[in-house]
Design a protein around this ligand. Sequence first.
Ligand SMILES: Nc1ncnc2c1ncn2[C@@H]1O[C@H](COP(=O)(O)OP(=O)(O)OP(=O)(O)O)[C@@H](O)[C@H]1O
Ligand SMILES: [Mg+2]
Length: 267
Amino acid sequence: MSIQYLNLLDKLKNNIPMRIIAVMNQKGGVGKTTTTLNLSYALNMSGKSVTVIDMDPQAQLSMSFGYDHSDNPGISGAMLSDASAEDISIELRPALNLIPAGLRLGEMETLTKGGSKRGWMLKEFIDKNITDDFVLIDCPPSAGMLGMNSLFAAEEILIPVSGDYLGLHGVSRLFSILKHIEKALGTSKRKWLLVTRFNERRRLARDVLGKIEEYFPEQLMNTKIRETVALAESPSFGKSIFEYQKKSKGAEDYLALALEFLAGKAK
Ligand SMILES: Nc1ncnc2c1ncn2[C@@H]1O[C@H](COP(=O)(O)OP(=O)(O)OP(=O)(O)O)[C@@H](O)[C@H]1O
Ligand SMILES: [Mg+2]
């Protein structure tokens, strides 16, 4: 019996909903991909089945997992030409699957056919094909059709923010965009704000953290991801931090993050 089938049975029995989380921030370089990679691995180590989807045409998540096979149609193949889930899903380790970007993902941004359905293609794919405990979506640093698909598919939005004032402005903008979308959809999404690349010794980082605590006390996560060299190095070896340096601060922080997610209920 396949793991996916067992998962489905388990979910029907216990009525546990799948948690779909979009890792999103229009600002570049804030740690979206690093977070998707290591959080998915940590959740999987904690016994959860996880699928990660690379929704960024830069395909950095796929590369960070050590996967750069350009012949895989990826999520773009599923959304643009009905590639099947089996064709595109790669088992990285038991109950941890990667759906890579695929070469045509950039085309989604200029897609004109499909009308209002264009925004729902990712959700439709997930609903039809995935039965895991968690789906994590690595979003691009832009607000186009790929971001929209990710937002419509996810019930929870994880927003990494690195410690500078421009980043803080970006988060305020993102929150107001989310508010509009939630109103239009008539649903509310759980928002998690994660401080990344945190260096406690830097005054600016401490000041920005103070502002985030003041403005977004409900969304701010307890876990902070500290800036460490090992986290920056591990993707070039195609490894998560747990495979690269399992006793590092980065491994400690991402495990704590996974536990915070497991403890926190989606609203
Ligand atoms: N906690 C950390 N400590 C040190 N380096 C980090 C940390 N988090 C991320 N980095 C590094 O910062 C850079 C940007 O991180 P990452 O690629 O995860 O950001 P991103 O938000 O996905 O970027 P993009 O918007 O381009 O997709 C990378 O070189 C990454 O290795
Ligand atoms: Mg990225």
